[in-house]
Design a protein around this ligand. Structure first.
Ligand SMILES: NC(=O)c1ccc[n+]([C@@H]2O[C@H](COP(=O)([O-])OP(=O)(O)OC[C@H]3O[C@@H](n4cnc5c(N)ncnc54)[C@H](OP(=O)(O)O)[C@@H]3O)[C@@H](O)[C@H]2O)c1
Length: 241
């Protein structure tokens, strides 16, 4: 059996990926989010607030003795307070770092601790963003959480090489997707975010990918992680993307 752990499984890209994975009878999906929107006999939902680190450290990956494959997709993420530094709500700084960076790091750690010694194929995909690789004003916290996730992934890859572990880890930028996160971005104030018009135009011009399409691209990396030339990768690297 192939087991998938997907955070942010209730909406957007995470939900589309869960629904795509469930089309295959050999797949069992464990989803985590604050709310649940998928009901399926092979879907197990964990209500989890990733901003609450006590809940995250308390989460236990199950023993899976029949696993052929175990995959963790750290997908949940929030853009946070879109404002220049000096004007950001401090509580939102904490929430955004916890959700986008600290919780995924804890989940990676516990995933490796639980399955590191298993003979199953082991894969972690951290959903990153082009914003972690290029600065965008108003997104100071979001950009830095994704840059942190990129570096965390690169270091775990290096450790895996040194430890001769067969874990594969990728930090995957998914492109721009038509989800709630994008509508939140468009609701920012122009004075807090100089790129607002560009993001409004992405939607108006039909440049945002449907989450179902991006989920298919993520699934290609799950099936063939060697499609990624290096740990930091993007759906735009796919041959026909
Ligand atoms: N959309 C884009 O254009 C874009 C571009 C680049 C990168 N990304 C990345 O892609 C990933 C998915 O984003 P999306 O666009 O699909 O966003 P979305 O539609 O807003 O969905 C976000 C998901 O994360 C979950 N989530 C948020 N806060 C959480 C918390 N505190 N605890 C647990 N779950 C939480 C939400 O579930 P609940 O609300 O039920 O908790 C939801 O399922 C994110 O990592 C994002 O940074 C997106």
């Amino acid at each position: 059996m192939n087991y998938y752990f997907i955070t942010g499984s209730s909406k957007g890209l995470g939900k589309a990926l869960v629904e795509l994975l469930l089309e295959d009878e050999g797949h069992v999906v464990f989803g985590a989010a604050r709310s649940q929107s998928v009901q399926h006999p092979r879907y197990h939902h964990q209500q989890l607030d990733l901003a609450d680190l006590d809940q995250v450290t308390g989460y236990r990956f199950p023993e899976l003795p029949d696993a052929e494959t175990v995959v963790l997709v750290n997908n949940a993420g929030i853009v946070g307070d879109v404002k220049h530094a000096g004007n950001i709500d401090n509580e939102q700084i904490i929430t955004c770092y916890n959700t986008n960076l600290i919780a995924p790091a804890i989940l990676c750690n516990n995933f490796i601790k639980t399955y590191g010694g298993s003979s199953a194929k082991k894969l972690i995909i951290n959903i990153s963003s082009g914003a972690g690789r290029h600065p965008i004003d108003g997104w100071n916290v979001y950009c830095s959480t994704k840059a942190g996730l990129d570096m965390f992934s690169r270091v775990v890859h290096e450790e895996s090489r040194i430890d001769r572990s067969d874990l594969i880890i990728l930090s995957l930028a998914p492109g721009i997707i038509d989800t709630g996160m994008q509508s939140e971005i468009r609701s920012a104030d122009q004075t807090d975010f100089s790129g607002l018009e560009k993001f409004v135009a992405y939607k108006a011009n039909g440049d945002l990918a449907a989450p179902e399409l991006t989920a298919k691209q993520v699934l290609r990396f799950i099936r063939e992680p060697q499609l990624a030339a290096e740990v930091l990768c993007s759906v735009r690297d796919l041959p026909d993307a």
